[in-house]
Design a protein around this ligand. Sequence first.
Ligand code: NI
Length: 202
Amino acid sequence: MSASIATPTLMEIGSDGTLSGSNRTYVKVLGDMASVYHDDAAFAAALEAAGADTLVYQVEEQRYDSEEGSLIVGTSTLLPGRIGDEYAVTRGHLHAKSDRAELYYCLSGHGVMLLETGDGRSEAVELTPGKAVNVPGHWIHRSVNVGDVPFVTLFTYSADAGQNYGIIGDASGMSVLVVADEDSGWTTVPNPQHSGYTVASA
Ligand code: NI
């Protein structure tokens, strides 16, 4: 017999990222994003102009435990903006248990899920309301807001997955940048600073 069985919960999910039953909230402000963007001068100028406390993104989560087999459900709200030519991003991560998958469903806004593997694959999946990306295990993932309103996603992943945030920093960024493009709105370009991922084999 299991020691305790969690109780199912009704959740109301707003297109603005509100999540009833959320029991964990965290925010990232501009001051937390040092060395995330490739253009250091543009970042310093943004920090000077907007201030270190300027909200970049907010996450609401509901987690009932951290057991293998349980789900974390949450919303991510990434505000619009650019640092130089690079669109606003979340820090991004690989799951600490790297085989753990994740679903992202776009509730509102216009974004890109930037996905990369340690062996050199890269995908940029455009998301608008009603579209989702089913991210398999072993993919490093980051949200990018390429629109001019908040990019809001609903996500769910294994409660025991954890996050490895260092993998991107150790590689001096992801291998591509999502930048503004006059014709198509956004495009990807190689990140000249990217030094390659060091992924421990599972
Ligand atoms: Ni994740």
